[in-house]
Design a protein around this ligand. Structure first.
Ligand code: Q46
Ligand code: ZN
Ligand code: ZN
Length: 313
C-alpha cells in the first residue's frame, strides 16, 4: 500500500477515512487533525495554560508530544498510585513520563497519591470497600480530585486528557445501554468548569482510533508502558471495546460514526429539554462547595474524596 500524498510505502491504512499514509505524512496529518479538533470544539487557544494528565501510556504521552509540537504552553502531571501488579506498574510508568519530559525539556509535575492519603490505591480500596471490588472507583475518584487540584493550584486554564475514540465510544455504549441520561448529556470533547473549584477539561484525541494512537507513538519513537494497569483486566470497558472491535471489523468507520452522530444529536438539542445549560434539571444536579477542599459536591458537606480520606484517617 502506498501513501496517498507521496507514493512512499504507507505505514497505516485508515479504512474509515479511505486514507493510507507514510510515516512523514501520517505524523503531519495527526498534528493537523488535532489542531482542527481543538478549534472545532473550542477546546483552548494559544493563550491558555494547558496541563496534560500523563499515565505513561501511549495516548497521554502522544497527546503531550502533539500539543508541544503545536506550540502550546503545556506542562504534564503524573499521579503515582502505588500500583505494583508484580512488575512495578506505577514505578515503571512514572520513569517513562520523567524520561519523556526530560528528553524534550518539558515540565512534569509528579504527585504521589499514597504520600497524600497515607495509603496506596489498592490499600485504600481494601479499607474503604473491604476488598470487595476493583480499586477502580476509588482510583478514579482520587485521580479526578488530584488532577483538578493540581490544575487549579498551578493556575492552569485547561486540563487535557488522552482519551481516544475507542475509550469514548466504549463509555458511550455503556451509558446508552443503561440510558444513563445524565452521563450522556455531559459526555463531550469539552467539559466546561461548572463550579469555581473545577477546571475545564478537554479530550483532543477523542476522534482518533486507538490504532492510530499506537501508530503515532511508534512513528515518533515514544517509549511508553505496554502493560495495562493490572486492575484493568476483566473490566466492562474492555468488554465493550471488544464488542465494538467486532462491529468495526465488519463495518469500518462504525465507531467513528456512532460517536459523531451522538455529538451531532446533542448539538441539535437531544437531552436539552431535560437539562439546562449548567446540566441542572430532572435527574441533574446542583453543585455545592466542599468545606474542606473547596471542590464541588452534589450533596452538602464534604465531597466524596474528602469523605473517603476522613474515613481512612
Ligand atoms: S489505573 Fe486505576 Fe485504571 Fe488501574 S486501578 Fe483501575 S482506574 S485500571 S484507568
Ligand atoms: Zn507520504
Ligand atoms: Zn473536598
Amino acid at each position: 500500500m502506498k501513501c496517498r500524498k507521496c507514493s512512499q510505502k504507507a505505514v497505516i491504512n485508515m479504512r474509515q477515512h479511505k486514507l493510507a499514509l507514510c510515516s512523514v505524512h501520517f505524523h503531519q496529518w495527526m498534528i493537523e487533525q488535532t489542531q482542527r479538533f481543538i478549534e472545532k470544539y473550542r477546546m483552548f487557544s494559544p493563550n491558555d495554560r494547558v496541563l496534560v494528565a500523563v499515565s505513561g501510556g501511549k495516548d497521554s504521552l502522544s497527546l503531550w508530544d502533539i500539543l508541544w509540537q503545536l506550540g502550546y504552553a503545556v506542562d504534564g502531571v503524573y499521579i503515582g498510585l502505588g500500583i505494583d501488579g508484580g512488575f512495578g506498574y506505577s514505578q515503571k510508568s512514572q520513569a517513562l513520563c520523567e524520561k519523556f519530559a526530560e528528553q524534550r525539556g518539558l515540565k512534569l509535575i509528579v504527585v504521589n497519591a499514597p504520600e497524600k492519603i497515607g495509603l496506596t490505591i489498592p490499600e485504600l480500596a481494601s479499607v474503604t470497600q473491604r476488598g470487595k471490588n476493583k480499586p477502580c472507583s476509588v482510583c478514579g475518584l482520587t485521580k479526578r480530585h488530584i488532577l483538578n487540584q493540581v490544575a487549579l493550584e498551578g493556575n492552569y486554564t485547561v486540563l487535557a486528557t488522552g482519551h481516544n475514540l475507542d475509550d469514548e465510544v466504549a463509555v458511550l455504549l455503556g451509558n446508552t445501554l443503561n440510558w444513563n441520561v445524565g452521563y450522556l448529556y455531559r459526555q463531550s470533547p469539552v467539559m466546561p468548569a461548572r463550579h469555581e473549584g473545577l477546571v475545564r477539561k478537554v479530550k483532543p484525541l477523542c476522534r482518533f482510533y486507538e490504532r492510530e494512537m499506537a501508530a503515532y507513538a511508534l512513528v515518533r519513537g515514544i517509549e511508553y508502558i505496554y502493560e495495562e494497569c493490572p486492575h484493568a483486566e476483566g473490566s466492562t470497558t474492555i468488554y465493550y471495546k471488544s464488542l465494538l472491535n467486532q462491529l468495526e471489523a465488519d463495518r469500518p468507520g462504525a465507531k467513528l460514526s456512532f460517536y459523531l452522530a451522538f455529538l451531532q444529536a446533542k448539538e441539535k438539542g437531544l437531552f436539552a429539554s431535560t437539562y439546562d445549560d449548567e446540566g441542572v434539571g430532572a435527574g441533574g444536579e446542583t453543585l455545592y462547595t466542599c468545606p474542606s477542599c473547596g471542590g464541588p459536591t452534589t450533596v452538602e458537606g464534604l465531597c466524596a474524596f474528602c469523605r473517603m480520606v476522613e474515613k481512612v484517617k
